[in-house]
Design a protein around this ligand. Structure first.
Ligand code: FAD
Length: 250
């Protein structure tokens, strides 16, 4: 949670970046505000609301879906072009009160360790457009989530998703509605390559390899030890691979 000291609503990307770049002023982008307003911790900050920047559209260029960073989870779920796997995972990203307000940019920037949607986007090799002082840069989501590219002073403008292929996920939770202890999402693209990503096995959602499960070092908590989570990751990954056979369904 942030103690908001000043609120800005710029109408151009350039003005928003200027507000974020002021020396000696702590300022952060405001997406839907569900994380900024809702979670524990108090950091005084100015917020730069992105809602007047025109970043809430979903468009399509051939087989690539371009989702503005201010598209809410609700609109992403309801859009006809959203791949079914990502729709299902977005639906699990909190109750409708959160989904009505939280944005795709906020989900990606937060990269919550338990975000199944971020795992799904990793499996889809999503690319994130980030506006900063030196212009707009396109970054593979893995690099952003893995910490290779920081977001300080930058704004996620959109997320690109290559359509096609087939995706599915498997999860184990204490109850059907609970946040999964471990979730594995998989996407087999039209060129038959398969990517798997998991939550609950690292500090953020990560890409995983079926042969590399033993090397994972999951952070344990009251819901599951590191060993249990590793075991779950192996079982769930095998199920996902089984449901996405090479060459498509038999
Ligand atoms: C009750 C509750 C339940 C939750 N459940 C879940 C859950 O199940 N799964 C989950 O993953 N998360 C969950 N969250 C956390 C949070 O809701 C999500 O991460 C959320 O989707 C964040 O989106 P937002 O648009 O509201 O982000 P905001 O709160 O506006 O911002 C979050 C962070 O992202 C930055 N940011 C936002 N947009 C951009 C942008 N375009 N460019 C650069 N930085 C940006 C902000 O500066 C801030 O640091 C929950 C939160 C609450 C309060």
């Amino acid at each position: 949670m942030v103690t908001i000291r000043a609120y800005h609503r710029p109408t151009t990307l350039a003005a928003a970046l200027e507000l974020l770049a002021r020396p000696d002023v702590e300022a952060i982008p405001l997406g839907g505000g569900t994380e900024i307003n809702g979670l524990p911790g108090r950091v005084p900050s100015e917020v730069v609301d992105l809602q007047a920047l025109g970043l809430a559209d979903i468009s399509r260029d051939g087989a690539t879906l371009d989702v503005g960073s201010m598209v809410t989870l609700r609109d992403f779920i309801e859009h006809e072009w959203t791949p079914p796997l990502l729709r299902d995972l977005a639906r699990r990203e909190g109750p409708n009160t959160i989904r009505n307000v939280a944005t795709l940019g906020g989900v990606v920037a937060t990269a919550d360790p338990e975000s199944g949607l971020v795992a799904g986007l990793l499996a889809y090799s999503a690319v994130v457009s980030i506006a900063g002082a030196s212009g707009i840069e396109n970054v593979v989501l893995t690099d952003l989530v893995g910490g290779g590219k920081g977001l300080v002073g930058s704004i996620i403008t959109s997320v690109q998703i290559a359509l096609g292929g087939d995706g599915t996920f498997e999860a184990t939770a204490r109850t059907p509605a609970d946040t999964p202890i471990v979730l594995v999402a998989g996407h087999r693209s039209d060129d038959d390559s398969l990517l798997l990503a998991a939550t609950g096995v690292a500090a953020t959602p990560v890409l995983i390899e079926p042969d590399g499960i033993e090397d994972l070092r999951p952070p344990p908590d009251f819901r599951g030890s590191a060993d249990y989570r590793r075991h779950l990751a192996g079982v769930l990954a095998a199920r996902v691979v089984g449901r996405l056979p090479e060459g498509g369904p038999a």
